[in-house]
Design a protein around this ligand. Structure first.
Ligand code: GDP
Ligand code: MN
Length: 398
């Protein structure tokens, strides 16, 4: 498993390697808050599991809040080399004095660990290796011997961290090794490892990781709780979550007519009837959701269902299609009125009842005298009415 930069930085921090303060954000509102918190200038960095982001326009400096927002609005919708951006990292911008490259990887051929290092960091190491092969040092860490501070110090000295503190470089190398080993990684790469600070103040200078790439060995996931904390953050649909809490089968779709019925088959047919009516009427209206209230639903269940569907801002009208079997149309009617009372219904609800207690249900609805309730005799007629009303409501708000 490859980690995002923000996750890799977190692992480095946990192993004592300094990284500039940074906050992960997924929309321009979060970016503005994060940037105000981090301070200016800050860097906005695309979070994708692929390198060369800088060259692709996925890393941008922002000097103030407006620039942070504008840059993030450019970066968030980006795909970099076919990878969709999952968010941005808003990071403290550092004054870079020098960029180094440092990586540890598993070397299956020599059955040990490769350390690649160059004082010409920043760009991709493959390019440096091509143009200045003498500038790239390749060293090894023995799998069976202990790699301690003394060994790290010797290695750092042989790499030659020009202009940087070798003690600090050695500590970073050792911490990188511990991070690699403890995390069961196959790659830990820091590029750039940057020397930052005020060029005129020696005591302000230090090394920190500005970018990190870490790959974890999937075979070791069981030793790390499956790396649950690194699983992609997929935001749950709030309507689906609410429906699940009430034991309802709900699927969020993209259209305008909220569909509620009893039994998966009937709800599926209702979705088709709405889609067909939208096509017939040529207004492009489609179902907004699938919601099955199941068998034997109470008035409360029906009320909750309608409340979920009507709270969806994309819903313009609702279509309730119930064939009473175990479910009584009378209970459903009471549920509709329950929801209508609590919600002060302003969106039209089209109802088609058949079967168990249909006549009783229709009588209850009729007595309520609510102008937003529309009763139709067949599924096709009801779907067509729901589509017409949705299109009219959408048009009216334009
Ligand atoms: P990559 O292109 O995907 O490897 O993304 P990096 O995170 O390595 O960023 C690319 C380049 O942007 C770096 O080599 C730096 O030159 C620059 N950069 C990244 N972070 C900072 C920062 O905090 N300050 C400054 N001045 N430049 C930065
Ligand atoms: Mn980089």
């Amino acid at each position: 498993m490859d980690l995002y930069e923000y996750q890799a930085r977190q692992l480095l921090e946990e192993h004592g390697i300094a990284t500039p303060r940074a906050i992960f954000a997924q929309n321009s509102h979060e970016v503005a808050q994060a940037a105000d918190d981090i301070g200016y200038p800050c860097v906005i960095k695309a979070q994708v599991k692929i390198g060369h982001r800088g060259q692709a326009g996925g890393v941008k400096l922002a000097k103030d809040r407006d620039e942070a927002i504008v840059n993030s609005e450019q970066i968030l919708p980006m795909s970099i080399h076919g990878h969709k951006t999952s968010g941005v990292l808003v990071a403290e911008a550092k004054n870079i004095l020098h960029e180094y490259y440092l990586s540890i990887s598993l070397d299956r051929a020599s059955r040990d660990f490769d350390v690649l290092a160059t004082a010409n960091g920043g760009t991709e190491v493959e390019q440096v290796a091509k143009e200045h092969p003498e500038a790239v040092k390749r060293l090894h860490i023995d799998a069976l011997e202990d790699f301690d501070l003394a060994a790290a110090h010797k290695m750092a000295a042989s790499i030659g961290f020009y202009h940087a503190d070798v003690d600090q470089a050695a500590t970073i190398l050792l911490n990188m090794w511990r991070c690699f080993k403890d995390s069961d990684a196959t790659l830990v790469e820091i590029n750039p490892l940057a020397k930052i600070g005020d060029p005129d103040d020696e005591s302000s200078k230090s090394l920190c990781a500005l970018d990190a790439k870490i790959s974890l060995d999937d075979n070791a996931a069981f030793r790390h709780d499956g790396w649950k904390r690194f699983v992609d953050p997929i935001l749950p649909d709030p309507f689906e979550s609410r429906a699940r809490q009430h034991g309802l089968h709900y699927v969020h779709l993209r259209g305008e007519v909220g569909v509620i019925g009893n039994g998966a088959g009937l709800v599926m047919s209702s979705l088709d009837a709405v889609s067909d009516a939208g096509e017939d009427q040529g207004n492009g209206i489609k179902p907004a959701n699938f919601l099955d209230i199941g068998g034997g639903a109470s008035a409360e269940t029906m009320g909750e269902s309608l409340s979920i569907v009507l709270s969806d801002p994309q819903v313009e009208s609702a279509f309730v299609n119930v064939y009473g079997g175990i479910t009584s149309c009378e209970q459903v009617a009471r549920g509709i009125l329950l929801a209508a009372k609590d919600l002060v219904v302003t969106k039209p609800i089209v109802i088609r009842f058949d079967g168990n207690a249909a006549a009783e249900g229709l009588r209850i609805l009729d007595e309520a005298g609510n102008p937003n309730l529309h009763v139709r005799a067949s599924m096709e007629e009801a779907a067509a009415t729901a589509v017409t009303l949705a299109a009219a409501a959408k048009e009216a708000r334009r």
